[in-house]
Design a protein around this ligand. Structure first.
Ligand code: ZN
Length: 132
């Protein structure tokens, strides 16, 4: 069902400030910066081999990323696993008793279809699955 780690999401106060570490220090390149209105975030996509680092900045003080940073500070936010068919993956997860945040796929970065699993069923790791 899962083919690879699609991306690691890192919550940051400011993409502009955080990006220097990944570009100037670590030598990676930013592929894209995108606002995802639905999720009230701006993201920077930084490819690393067949995976990506996704820096996530809140565009709204009431957004989930702003609240995450408020309570836990900047840092690792979620891990996304790639699946070829998200509808079938979600059905399989439900069959196996895994609680979902998103019962149906929603739109993610780069027009992808994504869904989050509920962290209570994943040892407190926020897992996203993404169709790709
Ligand atoms: Zn993500």
């Amino acid at each position: 069902m899962i083919s690879r780690i699609d991306h690691i999401g890192i919550a940051v106060n400011s993409i502009g400030d955080a990006i220097q570490l990944y570009t100037e220090v670590l030598g990676l390149k930013v592929k894209d910066i995108e606002v995802v209105e639905d999720q009230k975030v701006k993201t920077a996509i930084i490819p690393v081999g067949e995976s990506k680092i996704e820096l996530i900045e809140s565009t709204d003080p009431e957004g989930t990323i702003a609240k995450f940073i408020e309570s836990r500070g900047e840092g690792l936010h979620h891990m996304a696993l790639a699946v070829s068919d998200i509808d079938s993956a979600l059905a399989t997860l439900v069959d196996k008793g895994i609680a979902l945040i998103d019962e149906k796929p929603r739109k993610g970065v780069e027009n992808s279809r994504i869904a989050f699993l509920h962290p209570r069923g994943t040892r407190r790791v926020l897992l996203e699955i993404v169709e790709s």
